[in-house]
Design a binder for this molecule. Structure first.
Ligand code: FAD
Ligand code: NAP
Length: 487
């Protein structure tokens, strides 16, 4: 649990420079509170991609545009005369310096008063079961990046899975990302066309025959990680039946689950919704099931082995699962196999079991159990390097969670600056020194003014296309750079 923090505005006579790595919510909220609490400090934000916003652009579902309005706040922060944006600059270790957009972390540590790492989660967990490397098995991160137009994932449908002849999809995991993936697959492509979905993904989705989507959880319904609003949204999709088996609800209601329910009102409400869905499931006729798409939410089941398709042995064809029962104390219940196994046909398997943070520099202590940079309330290397966002506390929490998190880190950055009383030369500009050593990297970077051209261009493309859409995302880095650099 993060400690509540109180701020005391800090007056500083000197222009300290802080580097922030990553321009997702954590990076922007860190910048916001630094600017608010110290009236002279200057901030440079380094972002690996030309475009900003992190998972607000490449995570949040295309049919949730209201969530993305948070970028208005981020734009205000970026517009501050005390903030500079360096898009297309990836920070990492010296030994991975093979890209022309790569800057070693040491160059920031040496030239800035403080460095805050806010680079999020860029890897996946594995199920560690046989057959996991078959084609047609993808992580939710890859799948989400693909439909959201992330430039590195736009050929995924050629290399890793195929949506043509795809009837049965299994999603492993029961968080909100699992529901996002299921909803994008179940939703009419006509309604997706007006969003900012990748046009490549849209065209693949238009060709798919997805009929059944299974969302599978290893534990019971009370332990599912999704939230009520997102579950209810599934039940409102047109031409989609949502099924929950009442037997699953019965089996999941252990004594410990009942205690969990008693102490949480939101849990009680979501379970009531699940019960209503289970009741409604009984009413679906054979015709309903055969004429509409079906989402089956199944609890207490774990994957055992991914089996190949008979038609093409490189591709997934079935998933072997076993049924589970719950054991353990309230809030610590774990799944145990009942020994009963069964098979489900599967043309696409999405592993939605959480994003994973990784280390970008061996200089930073990394906790490879929790997959975070080791830190104490955001302090990594006291007096020098700090961390915020998913990288600080693990890949969990909504956009708003990063506010309290950033405030805590900022408090420590400012406390340390004050304690050190280091005098900073007001004319010093860290970028000038870095440019001397890495002229190509800084030369190829994209400023906020430049990236704003790209963002306006995308919006305009969306407004003038048929059908109209919120924006048409540019899907390659080269094209992003070309548009941003247009005079
Ligand atoms: P990120 O948003 O991932 O930002 C990290 C940034 O760092 C990225 O821009 C990345 O390109 C950059 N970066 C990475 N490596 C480097 C490097 N080496 N050098 C420079 N830059 C680098 N929350 C909600 O409130 N509502 C939602 O609807 C919602 N939907 C979500 C959907 C999905 C699929 C996911 C995964 C999350 C969703 N969330 C949602 C949660 C929310 O997106 C996160 O809480 C938030 O984005 C985490 O912020 P962050 O800044 O830590 O990480
Ligand atoms: P999450 O909420 O942590 O859910 C992960 C799911 O994967 C859990 O059901 C977990 O089950 C399961 N899981 C983990 N390891 C597994 C394994 N080995 N085998 C089977 N199942 C496994 O993660 P997420 O869905 O990636 O979401 C990340 C964060 O973003 C969350 O905080 C989420 O709320 C937020 N988000 C919000 C929205 C929104 O507000 N609309 C949308 C998307 C994401 P156990 O509980 O059993 O471990």
């Amino acid at each position: 649990m993060l400690k509540k923090t109180k701020f005391r505005p800090l007056l500083c006579r000197f222009h300290h420079h802080v580097a922030i790595v990553g321009s997702g919510p954590a990076g922007f909220y860190t910048a916001k509170y630094l600017l608010e609490q110290n009236k002279s400090l200057k901030i440079d934000i380094f972002e690996a991609l030309p475009c900003p916003y992190g998972l607000v652009r490449y995570g949040v579902a295309p049919d949730h545009p209201e969530v993305k309005t948070v970028t208005n706040t981020f734009d205000e922060i970026a517009a501050s005369p005390r903030v500079r944006y360096f898009g297309n600059v990836e920070i990492g270790d010296n030994n991975s310096a093979h890209h022309d957009n790569h800057l070693p972390l040491t160059s920031l540590i040496e030239n800035y008063s403080k460095v805050v790492l806010s680079y999020g989660a860029h890897s996946d967990h594995n199920l560690n079961i046989p057959g996991e490397s078959l084609k047609g098995v993808v992580s939710s991160r890859n799948f989400v990046n693909w439909y959201n137009g992330h430039p590195y994932f736009q050929t995924l449908h050629n290399e890793n899975f195929s949506l043509s002849n795809c009837t049965n999809v299994i999603v492993i995991g029961q968080g909100n990302v699992a529901l996002d993936c299921a909803r994008v697959l179940a939703k009419s492509t006509d309604s997706l066309a007006s969003t900012d979905i990748s046009l490549i993904a849209l065209s693949q989705l238009q060709q798919t025959q997805v009929k059944n989507i299974y969302i599978l959880g290893r534990r019971g319904h009370v332990q599912s990680a999704f939230t009520i609003k997102e579950l209810r949204e599934l039940t409102k999709l047109s031409n989609v039946n949502v099924h929950i088996d009442p037997v699953d609800l019965q089996n999941g209601l252990t004594g410990s689950s009942q205690s969990e329910l008693e102490s949480s009102r939101p849990k009680k409400r979501i379970v009531e919704l699940m019960q209503a869905i289970a009741e409604k499931s009984k009413e679906y006729t054979q015709e309903d099931i055969s004429t509409r798409k079906n989402i089956y939410i199944k609890f207490l089941t774990s994957p055992v082995e991914v089996l190949p398709s008979l038609a093409d042995t490189q591709f997934v064809g079935q998933l072997k699962l076993h049924k589970n029962k719950l054991t353990g104390e309230p809030f610590r219940q774990s799944p145990k196999s009942t020994g009963e196994e069964y098979l489900v046909p599967c043309d696409l398997l999405i592993k939605s079991i959480g994003y994973k943070c990784i280390s970008i520099s061996s200089l930073m202590p990394f906790d490879s159990k929790r997959n975070v940079v080791q830190n104490e309330e955001g302090r990594v290397v006291p007096g020098k390097v700090y961390v915020s966002g998913w990288l600080k506390r693990g890949a969990s929490g909504i956009i708003g969670t990063n506010i309290t998190d950033a405030k805590e880190t900022v408090q420590h950055v400012l406390e340390d600056l004050e304690k050190e009383q280091i005098e900073s030369d007001n004319d010093y500009d860290p970028i000038q020194t870095i440019r001397q050593h890495y002229p190509q990297v800084i030369g190829r970077s994209v400023s906020w003014n430049q990236v704003s051209k790209l963002l306006s261009h995308e919006k305009q493309l969306g407004e003038t296309s048929q059908p109209q859409s919120i924006r048409k995302k540019v899907l390659s880095v080269d094209e992003m750079l070309r548009i941003s650099n247009n005079k």
